[in-house]
Design a protein around this ligand. Structure first.
Ligand code: ZN
Length: 270
């Protein structure tokens, strides 16, 4: 499966427009909340190799502008948490600013978002998706199927004719020109995705939740809440080979130390 996935990526990139033909794209980080993890070690390490005690993680979303298309990558915690932190047992979740509030600072409306890309089905990535019902939804197929039910975060995309593009078993060239590739990185959830963004200034890899912290990348760490340990480790292998091949800046979406790898909001990397 790994070999066929690499081949698909090669085809997608080889048949796409050359870098000079692509429209200018930009990448902006949004703050989509944070979570105080009460015991970082037991929550995130299935081998108990991380520091113990409480630690705060960030919850990042990203806006990728590509000509007139705008991709929102991940949608953070629900807007309802603003001003009302929620104790969920092992963690306390909160948000300071909603995505529409941050889009307004960028001169954008929710209806300007043309694609909502969801790295995976967990609630800290799907919380504000419903606020962008006019966008096309891009998500792993199994993650989309598994979230049906009473707490469905993707209600606007369930009906006949809904604009949904699902991934299973291969990468997706989001804009058709090789500039942004949704990468098939299963393991954390069945059809988890990471994102390669090829900017004029260099390549960036957004992890999704392939890693949750710097330690996870250093130690090839896997959290206890994970669909397949073997698939996660295979995805880590592939991700690191892509990072090397593309000389990419790797941004771990939940790592507060990685916020400074991109310009401070509302500035963007181009
Ligand atoms: Zn997750």
């Amino acid at each position: 499966m790994l070999r066929s996935t690499l081949a698909l990526t090669a085809i997608a990139i080889a048949t796409s427009a050359s870098a000079a033909d692509r429209p200018a794209i930009s990448l902006t980080r949004l703050d989509c909340g944070s979570a105080l993890i009460k015991d970082f070690n037991s929550f995130f390490s299935d081998t108990l190799e991380y520091p113990s005690g409480p630690r705060r993680i960030t919850d990042s979303c990203y806006v990728i502008r590509h000509s007139r298309d705008i991709l929102l990558w991940d949608t953070g915690f629900p807007a309802a948490l603003k001003g009302k932190p929620m104790d969920m047992g092992a963690l306390i979740a909160s948000i300071d600013r909603t995505i529409p509030e941050q889009l307004a600072v960028m001169g954008l409306k929710p209806s300007d978002i043309t694609i909502v890309g969801i790295s995976h089905m967990h609630g800290d990535h799907t919380g504000q998706a419903v606020d962008f019902p006019a966008a096309k939804l891009l998500i792993g197929k199994a993650d989309f199927d598994l979230t049906k039910g009473p707490k469905d975060p993707f209600g606007p995309w369930r009906g006949a004719g809904a604009k949904v593009q699902t991934m299973h078993g291969g990468d997706i060239d989001v804009f058709g020109d090789g500039s942004v590739i949704a990468l098939n990185m299963p393991g954390h959830t069945p059809d988890h995705m990471s994102l390669l963004v090829r900017l004029a200034s260099g390549n960036v890899l957004l992890t999704g939740d392939l890693y949750h912290a710097t330690e996870a990348r250093q130690m090839r760490g896997v959290p206890p809440f994970n669909t397949s340990r073997a698939d996660t480790l295979a995805s880590i292998d592939r991700f690191e080979r892509l990072a090397k091949h593309y000389n990419a800046k790797v941004v771990i979406q939940h790592e507060p130390r990685d916020i400074a790898k991109l310009p401070a909001f509302p500035a963007s990397l181009k």
